[in-house]
Design a protein around this ligand. Sequence first.
Ligand SMILES: Cc1cc2nc3c(=O)[nH]c(=O)nc-3n(C[C@H](O)[C@H](O)[C@H](O)COP(=O)(O)OP(=O)(O)OC[C@H]3O[C@@H](n4cnc5c(N)ncnc54)[C@H](O)[C@@H]3O)c2cc1C
Length: 505
Amino acid sequence: MNGIPNSPQPLWRDTTIDSFPQLDRDMETDVTVIGSGITGITTAYFLVKKGFKVVLLEAGKVINGTTGYTTAKLSAQHGLIYDHLIRTFGKETAKKYYLANQEGLHYIDDIRTDLKIDCDFSYQPSIVYSAAPSGNRKIEKEAEAYKDLGIDGGLADNSVLPFPIQSAVKMNQQAQFHPLKYLKSLLIYLKQKDTHIFENTRAVDIKKGTLPEVKTRKGHSVLSDHVVIASHFPFKDLNGMYFARLHVERSYTIAVKTNGPPPKGMYLSTEEPKKSLRHALGSNGEELLLIGGEGHTSGQSENTYNHYEKLKEFAEKNFSVKDIPYRWSSQDISTLDRIPYIGPITRNNPNIYVATGFAKWGMSNGTVAGKVISDLITGNGSPYEKLFSPSRFNASQDVKNFTKENMDVAKELFKGKLHRKETDMENLQPNEGGIVNYRGKKLGAYKASNGGVSLVDTTCTHMGCDLQWNTAECSWDCPCHGSRFTPSGEVIEGPATKPLKNYHN
Ligand SMILES: Cc1cc2nc3c(=O)[nH]c(=O)nc-3n(C[C@H](O)[C@H](O)[C@H](O)COP(=O)(O)OP(=O)(O)OC[C@H]3O[C@@H](n4cnc5c(N)ncnc54)[C@H](O)[C@@H]3O)c2cc1C
């Protein structure tokens, strides 16, 4: 792929991580945590520290969800959010959001210090910039919001980047780190404390009650006082309407070796499609510039390779590029009002918790989620309970975005297979997927590099939307709620829990 690795090469996943067994029996424990990304592992960590027994269930390999494919900026500067939060919710809520995320940052700093984790953690300024004059007013308003809220930062010099920008707003003393080096050590800690961690163990159902029971795909169950759904998109809804309240977006990252050192600091553009920059160390200690962005609704891009090409164009225009050794992409979830849902899944299920909707800011938010949920489970309460409550309702934001989100889903459901472009099976190139007509049925076909073909029904097993082939990641992706499947139909990520119907050709 023209100077970009042909297949995904995620930088963080170069780190070797222990393997864990599959659950092969029924169990009882204090808390069952479902999902081993930053949210699940941090929740388990805080609970174990407080003396709880935890079972951690992971559908695939640990830290191989979005957390394994992040950019890992650790910041309370979430784009231009504070002016929006003040206008929508008022100063008190905006300040709480800032404080919660600053706490998230400092928990990671404290934990890596306590456990002596070498995870390339460093404090950096975080900067949002506008490359066009039209963004200047927004930047100014965000700087005013910082002043109102007492945030350490403000307008920044517009010579901070090696290419021309119009204006910028800076937050001081933010951070970046290597998420897998950090979380790997938390898993080692959990193991030392006799926490049961299971891989290849997909939770498929939760029977609610005083002692909720988690059922796994292999038919085992875990009974506990509390369940935490840290599966990114909640795989179980329990009438919380999450499927109608969450929006999933895929975005892309390349790691670039530049001639000369990459700029220090962390950057994000205001203009769409966004560009996100930070520096990082490669596995051989070499300095890299991570360039991310090019986001779009998951499952709604005709050719996902193009997004990497666009990032490469941006890199070549603005930096002296030597090599692009890594590329990866992943997806994250937003709520209707830009504040995550962290807390009991519904008012009627106080012992089943959810943490989702981090809007690409899950390093701090996911860590805060672990603290908030563990505080609620211990009965101590949390100063952030109301802020993040999944049962909140904000008339002005929620109604508008709920309507937009669900119109989009309805459009995808209606479109179904009607407008799908078909191709002939013989025309498929190795490693290519597409819709074919097979014995009168429209099916999804994938031709492997050895010529073998997989055929699947491309109807998503979650809610029936028609899946789109993702060229760059070789997967079938749902345009409605972000479920993803391998070419042969196995679930890569939820909310779907059932595989696609596979047709043996
Ligand atoms: C390209 C990109 C860049 C980003 N950059 C940043 C950044 O710079 N800073 C920042 O703060 N945030 C960033 N984010 C966001 C951040 O990475 C995510 O919000 C965060 O990683 C989500 O963590 P999680 O633990 O909630 O989910 P995940 O890491 O996805 O973990 C969920 C886990 O649950 C498992 N699971 C799912 N269903 C089941 C089931 N039924 N049973 C058992 N296990 C299950 C999955 O396999 C997975 O391992 C970025 C996101 C993207 C997409």
